[in-house]
Design a protein around this ligand. Sequence first.
Ligand code: XLS
Ligand code: NI
Ligand code: NI
Length: 438
Amino acid sequence: MTYFPNIEKIVYEGPRTKNPFAFRHYNPDEVVAGKTMKEHLRFGVAYWHTMNQDGSDPFGKPVNERTWFGATEMETAKNRVEAFFEILEKLNVEYFCFHDVDIAPEGDSLEEFYRNIDEITDLIKEKMDATGIKLLWNTANMFSHPRYNNGAASTNNAEVYAFAAAQIKKGLDISKKLGGENYVFWGGREGYETLLNTDMAFELDNVARMFKMAVAYAEKIGHKPQFLIEPKPKEPSKHQYDFDAATSLQFIQKYGLEGDFKLNLEANHATLAGHTFEHELTVARINNALGSIDANQGDMLLGWDTDEFPTNLYDTTFTMLELLENGGIAPGGINFDAKVRRSSFAMEDLLLAHIAGMDTFAKGLKVAARLREDRFLEDLKADRYASFQSELGQNILADKEDLESLTNYALQIENIELKSGHIEMVKSQLNDYITGEL
Ligand code: XLS
Ligand code: NI
Ligand code: NI
């Protein structure tokens, strides 16, 4: 049984191909900046957007044409595994990510949920063994069920806290079973609606307590994935605790979680927080916390997490510059946390949309590599900070100066010469790199 009978495995055909089911830039084994594109990009497909998303929105019913629905929820769940691995293989993608509820029906009790998860992960494991496709990360969905109305690890209800723990425990068990390389915590309901009834310190202590329990359990079962916190400022909660990279890092540092936790950064979450994605990536990188990426893009005219497939070349170029500067993203990857638009409802759009995202990242990688080869930004920055190469600058950097010595120096200065940044010219030159003229 195949769900995409008319689509062959997608291969690289170069930018001039007219075949929509071909890569125009992503050539997995091509070496760029010392590594193959495949090694650089470590693409992953998100189960939830690809297999579970029905195209409905707050104003409209489901529209997506999907052929994997069966007579029971479990039958559908099994069909989805088949179809999912067909997509991964046809896209030549090596990694995938999922929430517990994406793969298996929750049933009427925790025991039933566990049984369903066991059965489906057996199937997933078979597929992984047969194809060599690997689990980038999994996570527990602790935001959709009504019990999580007031949060999961930050809940006001101790029994809900216990339920969240049970989902995380199972999440780590299946991470071990499937050899997951990372484990993600995105706190969709970990936040508050109003401070009138919220004890923020109490809730944050409890979130950290839960994370420490997760680390302890991973150690106990002898399977420790890289733990990742995924920041997002809001939505669904009005205010989410893991607001952005800087806030999440402060949390990690306050509770001494640096050794086990890094960040999973999502482009659309960055813009919701009022940052560019490259800002978030830089904040994580300079704090040794750049763990993995949820690749998507938002729409500046819409104020929510629209999770569009990344097609903006400037964004992917800046992202790849950061990833190269970081020395790579492994054991993280580039997970397409992205969904097809409501008007892209056909089955084949699932492949076309991923091809678009993969090509945009591949092209971004090539541009970023060229920029680095030419030392375009390095030279720009070296020139901008050149005054720190002077005797005065070197003394400051060597911590040889103090307020008094600097005051003595300042008193001798007759005229400070400032240099123009010529930033418009820089941006125009960057255009030439992107269009391939440079
Ligand atoms: C939602 C998040 C979510 C996480 C995984 O906005 O991006 O999909 O990536 O729970
Ligand atoms: Ni995400
Ligand atoms: Ni998101």
